[in-house]
Design a protein. Structure first.
Length: 322
């Protein structure tokens, strides 16, 4: 019989604090960019018209993680999450299953950790506002993690759904204790912000170059299909440094990178991977920086491995035998 540790969403929230997850994720990205992880391309398929993915990776020191994830936009009407996932973790030497865990919270935590790592490395020194475009599920985790590295003077928010903005305003004020400004539109939201976070399900640009004022660091986690874009041409052209989670993945999946490369607005050779930035650092921060992510399986394996280790230390979770 094999014993497996089961970790719930609540367990993961207790185990994966921003600082330790960001540090672990930094090492995972470094190993990825140095070719030290095993990360076959994710399998993408469509079921009943909805996106499903299977993402697998071996991150030395953390373990082998496999995630089954789906994105079902109509779930909002059913009172279910848009993104649902299950992650399993295996011992790399024996192959034995070690743990299974809730993957929706794990995904939000590991995505926020990558964004926060980019903020740690690229945030302007100047104090100022953080703008959040798209105030759904991911946006809560993004801000909770980012504020550990850049304390905003104000949080400017915008969503096409008024109720999402109102709920997010309550969350930011009551749970994070930060001042909120509800913007009139996308441009009003971005105006003067030092950090811009895009966490929306948009297909068309929501970050416009004409209102970007340096110094600013942009984080874009949405628009991760080949034809979707979160930044318009002017915005992408204004960016001095584009950091991506994976050069290969963004060239395949992110319209924000693929389309401007095809149009000759940016060059693929100029893209820097987050892991390379962790390894080499920067002499001087450029005026406008962007972190564009599509999400990598190394993040899931890393977060799952860290959660498992911490759960063993703290005695959290429930053991089952199969
Ligand atoms: N890069 C990664 O690693 C990663 C990981 C997880 C999720 N994501 C992506 O992050 C995005 C957000 O996911 P979520 O779980 O928070 O979804 P969600 O449905 O909970 O929230 C998305 C929000 O975006 C808003 N929105 C849609 N179009 C908009 C527009 N044009 N302007 C402003 N707001 C708009 C919606 O009203 C909604 O409130 C999705 O695209 C998702 O696929 C990326």
């Amino acid at each position: 019989m094999v014993r497996i540790l089961v970790l719930t969403a609540q367990d993961l929230l207790e185990l994966l604090d921003p600082k330790s997850l960001v540090d672990a994720i930094a090492q995972a990205f470094k190993k990825y960019s140095k070719g030290e992880t095993v990360t076959p391309p994710r399998t993408v398929f469509y079921v009943e018209g909805n996106w499903w993915g299977i993402m697998q990776s071996y991150v030395p020191g953390e373990g082998v993680g496999v995630k089954v994830v789906n994105i079902i936009p109509s779930n909002r009407e059913r009172g279910l999450p848009t993104i649902q996932a299950l992650v399993s973790l295996y011992d790399p030497v024996t192959g034995s299953p070690q743990a299974i865990m809730e993957g929706g919270v794990l995904t939000a935590l590991r995505t926020a950790a990558a964004s926060a790592l980019s903020v740690k490395l690229l945030a302007p020194k100047e104090k100022g506002a953080v703008a959040v475009i798209g105030t759904g599920y991911q946006a809560r985790f993004q801000l909770r993690f980012i504020k550990e590295y850049y304390r905003p003077s104000q949080v400017r928010i915008y969503d096409i759904r008024r109720e999402a903005m109102e709920e997010y305003k309550r969350f930011v004020e009551e749970e994070l204790g930060l001042e909120v400004y509800m913007a009139k539109d996308h441009r009003d939201c971005i105006k003067g912000a030092r950090i811009v976070v895009e966490a929306s399900t948009t297909k068309d640009p929501v970050i416009y170059g004409d209102v970007l004022e340096p110094p600013v660091h942009i984080v874009s986690i949405g628009a991760h299909t080949p034809t979707a874009r979160a930044l318009d041409d002017e915005a992408i052209e204004k960016v001095d440094l584009i950091v991506v989670d994976s050069r290969k993945a963004v060239m395949e999946e992110a319209g924000d990178i693929r389309i401007p490369v095809q149009k000759g607005l940016i060059k693929m050779e100029d893209l820097v991977e987050l892991g390379e930035l962790v390894e080499k650092g920067l002499d001087e921060r450029p005026a406008i920086t962007l972190f564009k992510s599509v999400g990598l399986a190394i993040q899931d394996a890393c977060a799952a491995g860290l959660a498992y280790k911490k759960a063993l230390e703290k005695g959290l979770g429930k053991w089952i035998s199969i």
